[in-house]
Structure formats: C-alpha cells, structure tokens
Design a protein around this ligand. Structure first.
Ligand code: HEC
Length: 104
C-alpha cells in the first residue's frame, strides 16, 4: 500500500515537472530576468552573453533544449564543471528562469 502511494507521488511529481506552468504567465519572463540578475549574472554576464568562466546562454544549444530539460539542469546543476544547483529556489522560480532563457 505504501509503495502504491509512493509510485503515485512520483508519477504526480513527474507530470508536474513535465509542463511549464508559469511560462504562459505574462510576468514570468520579467520575474525570470530579475532572478537572473540576482543569481546568474555574476557568472553568465548581465545579459547572459557569457564570461570567461561560464558560457553564453544566448545560444541555439540552450534554445533547442526542452523547457523540462532546462528546468532539470537548473535543479541539478553541473557541479563538476562549476554550474551550481538551484534546487533551493522554489519550482516556480526555476520555471521563471526557463521562461527568461527562452525569451533571449
Ligand atoms: C558560479 C558560476 C555560475 C552561476 C552563478 C550560474 N552558472 Fe550556469 N553555468 C556555469 C558554468 C561553468 C556552466 C557550464 C557547465 C557545463 O559545461 O556543464 C553553466 C551552464 C549553464 C547552462 C547550460 C548551458 C549550455 O550551453 O548547455 C545553463 C542553461 C545555465 N548555466 C543557466 C544558469 C542560470 C539560469 C543560472 C542562475 C540561476 C546560472 N546558470 C548560474 C556557471 C554558473
């Protein structure tokens, strides 16, 4: 019984992260831009143009990624290569960052 509840919870979580709920909201891009300045600009540059230590995010590589893939990347980061995990930001905030990156 416990296992069924766990599977249900996991399936629910998977469904939730598969869509980008805030992307449709008008303010998502603006909110994402603000978050970007606060958390990301010091490495990726003020307009995500990239710096010596972090790549540009204005690339077809980033734009070509599915929203859910970007969201997952922000959640996990890539610590070995110097990209922090942003799992401490609430889901909604990470979706706003995805909306901003896709707007560039
Ligand atoms: C401490 C410096 C640092 C900060 C702060 C940082 N990043 Fe990164 N980021 C990196 C590095 C270094 C990489 C390259 C990692 C790799 O090659 O896998 C990267 C890679 C990425 C990529 C993948 C780029 C690609 O071409 O695949 C995305 C998207 C990204 N960062 C978004 C963000 C966002 C959004 C934030 C703010 C929430 C952020 N980063 C904050 C250093 C940083």
């Amino acid at each position: 019984m416990k296992r069924a509840a766990l599977i249900f919870a996991l399936a629910f979580a998977a469904c939730r992260t598969a869509t980008a709920p805030v992307r449709k909201q008008d303010n998502a891009v603006g909110a994402g831009a603000k978050l970007f300045r606060e958390h990301c600009a010091r490495c990726h540059g003020a307009t995500a143009e990239g710096r010596a230590d972090a790549p540009s995010l204005r690339t077809s590589r980033v734009h070509g990624k599915a929203d859910a893939a970007l969201f997952a990347f922000l959640t996990n980061g890539d610590l070995r290569r110097g990209m922090p995990s942003w799992s401490r930001l609430p889901d909604e905030r990470r979706w706003q960052l995805v909306a901003y990156l896709k707007s560039l």
